[in-house]
Design a protein around this ligand. Structure first.
Ligand SMILES: [Zn+2]
Length: 110
């Protein structure tokens, strides 16, 4: 809202005026300074617009049957117990292994 912004500028201008020892006849200067501060704080340059996020940073996709992400130390691939490694259950893709027939399990020592 325009009124809210004006109010904030007025408050800031007043603070600047007090900070400088309440000099007389400097109101316009303080107002201008407050406006500039508000402008620089409230408006971001368009150059830093979002939308260029690299897709390579996405985390590895885990299946519900996985204990950990592939490559995690102390884990290894195992046959999916849900579909017995077939990757399919009754004609549908196994959800636990994502249709791969393989899940990641912890292999602690043995
Ligand atoms: Zn499976």
């Amino acid at each position: 809202m325009q009124d809210q912004e004006q109010g904030r500028i007025r408050e800031r201008a007043h603070a600047i005026w007090e900070g400088e020892g309440r000099p007389e006849g400097r109101h316009a200067e303080h107002w201008q300074q407050a406006e500039q501060e508000m402008g620089s704080a409230g408006r971001q340059p368009e150059l830093t617009a979002q939308g260029a996020t690299p897709a390579a940073a996405s985390p590895p996709r885990l299946n519900p049957g996985d204990d950990a992400a592939p490559g995690t130390p102390g884990t290894g691939e195992d046959v999916c117990p849900t579909c017995q490694g077939s990757g399919r259950i009754e004609g549908h893709s196994c959800e636990d292994c994502g249709g791969t027939g393989i899940v990641i399990k912890g292999v602690a020592g043995g």
